[in-house]
Design a protein around this ligand. Structure first.
Ligand code: ADP
Ligand code: MG
Length: 297
């Protein structure tokens, strides 16, 4: 698959703050690539470097397989900070101005408003919009010129749950149109819902990257209990396919398996044939939050 973006040992220092410490990453075309990390991990810095708003301390960036130029960057729609729309002007008037600034001669303003579901309110003043509508107008502005690649920094920040859901649906819709979307987020749950791929940043370092399914896969965890917890642990350790056994509270223990491979009947049988009668057998889900904390702590 063609690569939209390549980062090679990208380093960014602000004075003695090392915001990015040598990040190497490849983003294939057609992906929704989440840059996931807690606040201060370097996400905005990474997007700023990609869009040439910041200069790297060292390392390099390639766009569409080439050394980046202004023409490459014009092919990318960006939403890095809340754009300045005129409060007293309508959506249509604001987008006309945005198109003129971008040098787009025959912008399909109704078309982009339709795509972000704002056509019905196109003549209302910007000041009457909800925060979610303002954010969708910002995405409409990105869509002027029909870029194949879009870069969003925390696109749902500050929105209410309905606004968040609308933006996430819109991003998914853009993805089905074949756009490549690179989006920073500090929300694991958002990346899991919206993105196909994820790169996890921790204090300026890339600690994992790849398919969301692989990187954010949860172990299957089964909680079991038996009268003799010591013997239970011994038997659990002999269970084929287990990836970890831990003592739990009281007479309980947990046993981990690779994602999707826990089989309660087989586990119960294994304990039974080794002389352990389970008085408790329950599949647990590891919370996403704990997975993220494990990855970033
Ligand atoms: P994120 O977007 O993941 O929250 P940032 O890229 O904004 O992270 O910040 C990464 C680190 O760089 C933080 O420690 C932040 O304080 C620092 N930083 C960001 N921008 C600047 C700047 N202009 N000057 C100095 N330090 C900065
Ligand atoms: Mg940021």
């Amino acid at each position: 698959m063609a690569l939209v973006l390549e980062l090679e040992h990208l380093v960014k220092h602000y004075g003695n703050i090392h915001a990015l410490k040598g990040v190497t990453l490849q983003i294939p075309a057609g992906t929704v690539y989440g840059i996931l990390g807690p606040n201060g991990s370097g996400k905005t810095t990474m997007l700023g470097l990609i869009m040439n708003i910041l200069q790297p301390t060292s390392g390099s960036i390639r766009l569409f397989g080439e050394t980046p130029s202004a023409s490459h960057r014009r092919k990318i729609g960006t939403l890095l900070e809340t754009p300045n729309f005129y409060h007293y002007l309508s959506a249509v008037q604001n987008l006309r101005i945005a198109a003129a600034i971008k040098g787009i001669h025959q912008p399909d303003i109704d078309g982009v408003l339709q795509r972000v579901n704002l056509l019905a309110r196109k003549d209302s003043p910007f000041s009457t919009y909800s925060l979610g509508m303002k954010q969708r107008l910002a995405i409409a502005s990105c869509l002027l010129g029909d870029p194949q690649v879009m870069v969003f920094d925390e696109p749902t920040n500050g929105l209410d749950p309905v606004g968040i859901a609308e933006i996430r649906d819109l991003i998914k819709k853009l993805a089905t149109e074949g756009k490549t979307i690179i989006m920073a987020s500090h929300l694991l749950d958002e990346v899991e819902k919206v993105c196909t791929h994820v790169a996890i940043l921790k204090k300026g370092e890339l600690i994992a990257s790849g398919h969301v399914d692989e990187i954010l896969a949860h172990d299957d965890i089964v909680e079991v209990g038996a009268a003799d917890p010591g013997r239970l642990l011994e038997v659990l350790r002999t269970m084929p396919g287990q990836t970890g056994v831990h003592a739990g509270e009281g007479d309980k223990a947990t046993i981990h398996f690779a994602p999707g491979t826990a089989d309660l009947a087989t586990l119960n049988h294994h304990c039974f044939v080794h002389g352990v009668l389970l008085n408790h057998l329950q599949q647990k889900k590891k919370s996403l939050e704990s997975k993220f904390i494990e990855l970033t702590n």
